[in-house]
Ligand binder design. Structure first.
Ligand SMILES: O=C(O)CCC(=O)C(=O)O
Ligand SMILES: [Fe+2]
Length: 362
């Protein structure tokens, strides 16, 4: 019985990917019920209680540097997420990039399907990225993604028509300085000197995930993105006004961790690599995306700032300065390829980084 169900799901999945038109293609073809490959097998209500009482930190980058550092330190140790105020990237540049992403996903299906590939080879590819199989979780998110690799090195983006490529390139270029600034401020927040993270990591492994969350006839039945942490050092997230991102944070009273709706403005998500090198001084934020609308598609752009050092000999672990007798190294060292393959195998939840934890002997 289970085998038959598995077979059916596998066949349905294959048909879906062969359409090369993404979730957007389904919606364009007029589906009015969610196909089973998008449904969770067990039914924990994905949009279950969300509190709006907990606030999300905001960091103003135009404050005196020591104030910005203090705000980042507080946000990093508590939440792992903050809104970014005065990031210095022109609003027009962000808006043009968001519009270009919308235009890519809404172009005629034959044009976008030329980019459809489940293998993230090359610098540009488009697909509905399947979830890592997890018991009870849906096989697919209600989301299509255009992935553009900007570094390390100078990838060839010429396959992408100029109308999409240029606004995305301009946005990425505008964020290069901001990324360096963030790495410096995070370093200072950790008390290890401005250049330390950049020296250790070479934060030039830019990957841009340009997401499109189509409207859904039954939004409460699907997930735009399952709960996960990002593998990056940090991620900058731009989005349109639709909303749907939620982060999990402590309620501050020891009462547990709750999902909090995030206002749709630019934010920074701190990732697992930072959690490891900071020896747990910085938290990686658990987050997910719910679908809010039966009418409006949501667009977001996640720019992951990853280490460019990714050879087999490039080991990452807690920075020695942050390891003390009172706080020994919490993680063993590992390479970026090792970390990525562990995520592919075991999923993207918080536990993927926990696998590298050093177990205390007492
Ligand atoms: O679309 C969003 O708001 C979040 C995307 C995200 O979490 C990711 O790309 O890792
Ligand atoms: Fe994420």
């Amino acid at each position: 019985m289970a085998a038959t169900q598995d077979y059916d799901a596998a066949a349905a999945l294959a048909v879906f990917h062969e359409s090369r038109a993404g979730v957007c293609g389904l919606v364009q073809s007029g589906v009015n019920a969610v196909p089973p490959i998008f449904l969770a097998a067990t039914a924990p209500s994905p949009q279950s209680p969300v509190t709006t009482a907990l606030s999300i930190p905001a960091v103003d980058f135009s404050l005196p540097r020591s104030d910005t550092v203090a705000l980042i330190r507080a946000a990093a140790s508590s939440c792992g997420f903050f809104h970014v105020i005065n990031h210095g990237v022109a609003a027009g540049v962000v808006d043009s990039a968001v519009s270009a992403v919308r235009a890519f996903h809404e172009q005629p299906r034959a044009a976008r399907s030329a980019f459809y590939s489940l293998e993230p080879v090359g610098a540009v590819n488009y697909s509905t990225i399947p979830s890592v199989p997890q018991q009870g979780a849906p096989l697919l998110p209600w989301r299509d993604t255009l992935r553009v690799r900007f570094g390390p090195g100078e990838p060839d983006l010429s396959r992408l028509p100029a109308a999409f490529r240029e606004p995305l390139q301009e946005y990425q270029r505008s964020l290069t300085g901001f990324g360096k600034e963030m790495a410096g401020l995070l370093s200072e927040a950790l008390g290890v000197g401005t250049e330390r993270l950049e020296q250790a990591m070479q934060v030039e492994g830019w990957l841009m995930a340009c997401h499109y969350y189509p409207p859904c006839p039954e939004p409460a039945q699907v997930m735009g993105s399952l709960e996960h942490t990002d593998p990056s050092l940090f991620t900058v997230l731009a989005q349109d006004g639709v909303g749907g991102l939620q982060v999990r944070r402590d309620d501050g009273t020891g009462g547990g961790r709750e999902w909090v709706d995030v206002a749709p403005v630019t934010g920074a998500l701190l990732g697992d690599v930072l959690k490891v090198v900071s020896n747990d001084e910085s938290q990686s934020v658990e987050h997910r995306v719910v679908i809010k609308s039966t009418q409006d598609a949501r667009v977001s752009i996640a720019l992951f700032f990853n280490p460019a050092k990714r050879d087999k000999s490039d080991l990452f672990g807690p920075l020695p300065e942050l390891v003390t007798t009172e706080k020994p190294a919490q993680y063993r060292s590992f390479t970026v390829p090792e970390f990525m393959s562990s995520r592919r195998e075991y999923g993207h939840s918080r536990s993927s980084v926990e696998r590298f934890k050093v177990r205390s002997s007492h």
